[in-house]
Design a protein around this ligand. Sequence first.
Ligand SMILES: [Zn+2]
Length: 158
Amino acid sequence: MILANIGVNSMKTLLQNLIRLQQLELEEIQVADATRVIADLRNQIPTQILGHYDRLMARGKKGIVPVRGQACSGCHMRLPIGTISELMKAEDIQLCDSCGRYLYLEEVVGITASSAAPETAAPTPTAQPKKKAARKKAASTAASAKPGPRKGRAARKT
Ligand SMILES: [Zn+2]
């Protein structure tokens, strides 16, 4: 799939927008004004790409997935080396030949997807992905929400 030379930076931006859109729509990340951010991202992504993404998402698939170990992390099919090298160049958007999802390399795009979010609409009870629960919870926010031990009760008089 060749898109008219939109350049490396715009390609990265496009992929980042798609990934972010997907993360927002799947509620993998939370932002204050999600509806507006989603609408904004959709405006920036070419309709043709968005259309394909939406068709995948409508079928309960992720529209864009990272490449892991030279394989599509959506369907686990090994990718041709040509596809990988195209992804490294980041000049053109690449689809997985077998499942049709958009592909990206995390190191190129600079986004690491949370591996702790499995696809919801895939009823595959046998194939359980390895859980790599390396998710750090924001302990600092929880700590700051603790009520202080000081209570100005002594100051109260009737
Ligand atoms: Zn695939």
